[in-house]
Ligand binder design. Sequence first.
Ligand code: DSN
Length: 452
Amino acid sequence: MTQCDSSLADLSTQGLGSVQRYANLRRTDSEIFRLLVEQMRAESTTLKMIPSENFASLAVLEATGSILTNKYAEGYPNARYYEGNEIIDRIEQLAIDRVKALFGAEHANVQPYSGSPANQAVYRALLKPGAKFMGMPVPAGGHLTHGWKVNFSGIDYFQIPYGPDPQTGLLDYDQIRDIARRERPQLIWVGATAYPRILEYDKFAEIAREVEAYLVADIAHINGLIVGGVHPDPVPHCDVVTSTCHKLLRGPRAGFILCRVEDRYREKYHPEDSSTLAKRIDRAVFPGLQGGPHVNVIAAMAVAFKEASTEEYRQYARQVVRNCRRLAEKLLEKGYQLASGGTDNHLLLMDFRHTPHTGKEVAKALARAGIICNFNMVPGDPRKPFVTSGVRLGTPAITSMGMKEPEMDLIASWIDTVCRNLDDPDRVVGRIRQEVAELCLRFPPPGYVSVE
Ligand code: DSN
């Protein structure tokens, strides 16, 4: 252990309470116990700035770790293939009712194991293999399941790509309309993992209507901003909306699907099937793709939906955006380039295309300083995906810790110092790592305790 490591280890036991926890795990499996403690230490003394990560509440963690993990419940509420599910029905129905109310949706399925299986169910319910659809490739800021070539979605279906303009970093809706008119896709995905601007669902809906394509929004990254009223609502415009639960929503690792009940293109695309859209989505999840739902996780989702329906959560969502904008402003002031010139949401993309330094190099140096982010492609990136010219930073988790604008200013100056010393990061990373740890320990996240 270096001197720096040992002082960090000391710091990590301060301010976190001293609860005797995980006693059974410690007794049964000391290796996993030690690794869990190490991970807690690492996360509670570093800035979690991967925009898709967050801190689930203690209530969510308790439901996830509950005895509900012991139950099988294939089927849906009041239509199960196993007995003993009367209480499970009530739990799943609560999760369904809460997420429908939260987003104003007609129908909800809360069984997808995560975001990718949720999206897979959408393909199964709406398209036949080989069908043409539009989506953003991963390097343009989309997701693997929006048709990337090595994913099932790009192998079994035919992706027509669209994405932000390489110069401006912005989506060009006229160009998207032109592509849709030319290609006549059966489905259009709207959603991103690395687009720092607002997605205009009304414009996408107009385009989709014109070419009679299903419009599907993947809101995994920005669901909380919709709940908080800082981003437009996709539900009135889309046939289907998919999401994860563990990013901005601060729930367990899981996915869910919202949809209209009726399929407005049933006669055009599914004349042989008289089922509603809601029914086809449900069938695609179970038994189409999955077996037993993870009931403990569904209970934790219900808890997260309850938490997200409070004014406190809406304020949190607004602060996430305020923090991200402040960070962007400070980085711009210091001369850094950001994709699209800034941000309207929870993430920003630093653009190092015009420098000798790669995104990977920057992300690794920042991580050594305790700022945990990821290297990421930027629009028009000439470098390869495992190197990149961009760094993606997000504010959901640090805002959950309670950080506000003054902390963003501090973080911007640390990022600047690291980036100005990329030729010899050793000069600065140790000192910043210590300062980062001291800051984090003033904002302890839930569930991170020192274990005696
Ligand atoms: N892995 C997620 C992200 O980081 O954006 C997307 O699923």
